[in-house]
Design a protein around this ligand. Structure first.
Ligand SMILES: O=P(O)(O)OC[C@@]1(O)O[C@H](CO)[C@@H](O)[C@@H]1O
Ligand SMILES: [Mn+2]
Length: 450
């Protein structure tokens, strides 16, 4: 089968139609998310009036009109249409639509139920943003903000537990023996991995915060890690051979391609703090989204908000962490970027050609961590790969630097498994690819040391 036609379509034939996770996402979950967006805008009508007067009321009405039209297009499988706002990436989106039309041929228009799931799902979030952009003065309103902030508040005990753990390490981080350092590294890597469960797209906006202790739950979760390349990630950070060759005492730069705000973002900041305060890494570059995305994905505002919340917390260790994080950001030890490529539908194997500046930047990193399921779908092109295909094959040439996916499984694509592993999982738990109970720590080094 041609690789192109292997793309994870909403459904590839009537038999699968009713069964595919993609179909059920588009039929049920995405309209639910859209309805909640419409409801959120309507509930804030008075706020818009207080802030912007009649213009605010007009904008609320028109934005809701555009979003209701979008929901109808989605539910009645209408053709995908070009973007009309003048955001600088509109042209890239409209060119992508033309490319997709060529792929599908003239007999079939690009529509919600006949095109790749990855494309139409990303497109829905960009159309939501268009509905706000076309209605100043509410263009900058983040329709997902309430859910993201609530997720942080609902995870408070877990957040405080995690910051207390970090403070316990920070005190003597530089005196830790290598084996102790590895234990803490492995613990916080797994905490960041499982933080990915707290995603508001899979829950269609329902509460999905962290209720259990993030550290104590690790041992019960460990059997659900299907691929565990922790040692390879550790070796990339600590391999003496690598560092001698590069004349470095520590790794210069780790990039973290972020996923969800709320608790998951805290797990990423705690992990990043450990990497720097332990002396393993010199600099962390975070990559977030330039617009509200997949309900709970991180924007610059979300990062600033969480750091401020932490600083102002009346919990001693949480506020200490917040002050430290603010300092890292001010000193440039931590940097934040939000390239538009991350909020486009492109598979990552296209990055070198479609976003060469971003690809070149990632090539400066010694390690790139990709958080979450959507990033995994873009790393592998969301294709219907055999599960034993190796990760490198699925990456199809994407490899700016040694990279690792930290992902809980919430979509039906997974590579790099052992022969028989998928069959065993299916017999034990038929929805193992989409129920969020399983995870991978999956590493690839495009330039293995000679
Ligand atoms: O990237 P994340 O936050 O881990 O997950 C995103 C997600 O919830 O949205 C899509 C389904 O709607 C899937 O990629 C996945 O289930
Ligand atoms: Mn997400």
């Amino acid at each position: 089968m041609e690789v192109e036609t292997m793309v994870n379509n909403v459904f590839s034939n009537p038999v699968e139609m009713k069964l595919s996770f993609a179909y059920l996402t588009i039929r049920d979950r995405m309209p639910t998310i859209l309805t909640k967006v419409i409801d959120t805008i309507h509930r804030n009508k008075n706020t818009f009036f207080e802030e912007y007067g009649e213009e605010g009321i007009e904008a609320e009405k028109n934005a809701i009109g555009l979003l209701s039209k979008l929901r109808n297009e989605l539910q009645t499988d209408k053709p995908v249409v070009e973007l009309k706002d003048d955001l600088k990436d509109s042209e890239a989106w409209n060119q992508y639509l033309q490319r997709q039309q060529k792929l599908q041929g003239d007999q079939e228009c690009v529509s919600w139920f006949s095109s790749p799931w990855l494309y139409v799902e990303c497109y829905m979030y960009r159309r939501i943003h268009e509905a706000l952009l076309l209605n100043p003065p509410i263009s900058e309103y983040d329709v997902f903000n309430e859910g993201k902030t609530q997720s942080f508040f609902d995870s408070q005990q877990a957040v405080m537990d995690l910051c207390t753990y970090l403070e316990g390490i920070r005190k003597n981080a530089k005196e830790l023996f290598q084996n102790q350092l590895f234990e803490h590294f492995s613990t916080l890597l797994q905490v960041s991995l499982w933080g990915n469960k707290c995603d508001l797209s899979i829950s269609a906006g329902e509460d999905n915060s962290q209720k259990s202790s993030p550290i104590e739950s690790l041992s019960s979760l460990h059997p659900f890690i299907l691929v565990d390349d922790t040692n390879a990630v550790w070796a990339t950070l600590t391999s003496a051979r690598r560092q001698e060759k590069l004349g470095k005492t520590k790794v210069d730069r780790v990039d973290i391609v972020l996923d969800n705000a709320g608790f998951e973002l805290v797990t990423d900041l705690v992990f990043a703090d450990f990497l720097v305060s332990s002396g393993l890494v010199r600099q962390i570059h975070f990559h977030g989204k330039s617009l509200p995305w997949f309900v709970s994905d991180v924007t610059a505002n979300d990062l600033q908000w969480i750091v401020r919340q932490a600083m102002a917390a009346n919990h001693r260790w949480l506020s200490k962490c917040g002050v430290q994080w603010q300092t890292y950001l001010k000193q440039g030890v931590w940097r934040y970027h939000d390239h538009p490529f991350w909020t486009q539908p492109h598979e990552f194997c296209d990055m070198a050609s479609d976003a060469p500046d971003l690809y070149a930047s990632l090539q400066e990193a010694d390690l790139v961590l990709f958080k979450g399921d959507l990033n995994y779908r873009k790393l592998t092109g969301d294709r219907d790969w055999e599960h034993v295909v190796d990760f490198n094959t699925a990456l199809r040439g994407f490899g700016p630097a040694p990279l690792c996916s930290l992902r809980t499984l919430k979509a039906n694509v997974q590579v790099g498994l052992q022969p028989g592993q998928a069959e065993k999982l299916t017999s034990r738990d038929p929805s193992w690819m989409t129920n969020g109970k399983y995870a991978v720590i999956q590493f690839h080094n495009p330039t293995p040391e000679d």
